[in-house]
Each structure stands twice: as C-alpha cells, then as structure tokens.
Design a protein around this ligand. Structure first.
Ligand SMILES: [Cu+2]
Length: 160
C-alpha cells in the first residue's frame, strides 16, 4: 500500500461524523447541501437506524441554520415531473431497521437559510423522534459541484 493510499484510507477512517444517538435510535452519515451557490434552501441527508424492538418515527427537525425545517419527500406528478412535498406524518424507522434519507427521496428540508452553506461548515440539527426523543447532530456541508458546462443558477431551487 503506497503512502498516498494509506493517507487516503486514514482520512476516510476519520471522516465519519460523531456518533449521534438517543435511546435505540442512531443517526449515521449525515450531511447537508445547498441546491446551488445562491440557494435560499438546502437539504440534509442521513441514515436513521433503529436498534430497538419497537418501531419509531422521525416526526420533526429543527435547526438554527434555517427559518423553517420540514420533512420532505419527492413524488412524481401526472407528467412524471418530480416534486417535493412535506411529509406531515414523518419518516417511520422500523424496529431493528433503518430509514434512508437520500437525494431524490426523503430529506430534511432547510428553508430560508440563515447563512450560505459552505464546505467545511456544518449544520446543527435537532431531530425529534416519537419514542427516542431528540437527537442532536452536526451535518457537515457538502458543496454541490456544478458539472462542467452546467447552467449556473438554472437548476430549480428545489432540485435536491
Ligand atoms: Cu424538500
């Protein structure tokens, strides 16, 4: 193994966010991103893990980084166009199971960003679960890299 790969491997080993848990619920791999450089909104993604024997549910999220935080998902409308909708009932996390929040699917929506999301920064989130209570997490910010030749600012603001 070369020095370079050894360094890369140790960096990856250090990368995982601090463990965040409450009761039987753990949150893994959280990160946040803005839809674009100028975006007024952003989203956070993570894996919700339930190590207990009872179903639980993420019912609310809050952050000082945004005016409003909502639980969203994507659905396609009659024309096959993806749209985001708020999920009032929240995200179920089955007993001994997990629920993945990922791009194009369920996400924690940050509306009205208090500041721009920049690389190296992190977003503090308070997640409220029906049974486990609150979990505080730090979601490192991943800046979206515009593809070469991409139309800067032409992306829909809601494009998570
Ligand atoms: Cu959304």
């Amino acid at each position: 193994m070369s020095l370079k790969t050894t360094l890369a491997a140790s960096l990856i080993a250090l990368a995982p966010a601090l463990p965040a848990a409450a009761g039987d619920i753990a949150v893994e791999g959280a990160y946040a991103r803005a839809s674009s450089m100028m975006a007024q909104s952003g989203a956070a993604f993570m894996t919700l893990v339930n190590n207990g024997g009872a179903d639980d549910r993420l019912i609310a999220a809050a952050s000082d980084a945004a005016d409003r935080v909502e639980l969203h998902t994507h659905v396609s409308d009659a024309n096959g166009v993806m749209q985001m909708i708020e999920v009032k009932e929240g995200f179920p996390v089955p007993a001994h199971g997990r629920h993945e929040l990922r791009r194009g699917g369920d996400h924690v929506m940050l509306l009205g960003l208090a500041r721009s999301l920049t690389e190296g920064d992190s977003v503090h989130l308070t997640l409220t679960f029906e049974k486990a209570g609150t979990v505080e997490i730090e979601a490192p910010v991943e800046v979206v890299r515009q593809p070469m030749g991409g139309q800067m600012g032409a992306r829909p603001a809601m494009g998570n």
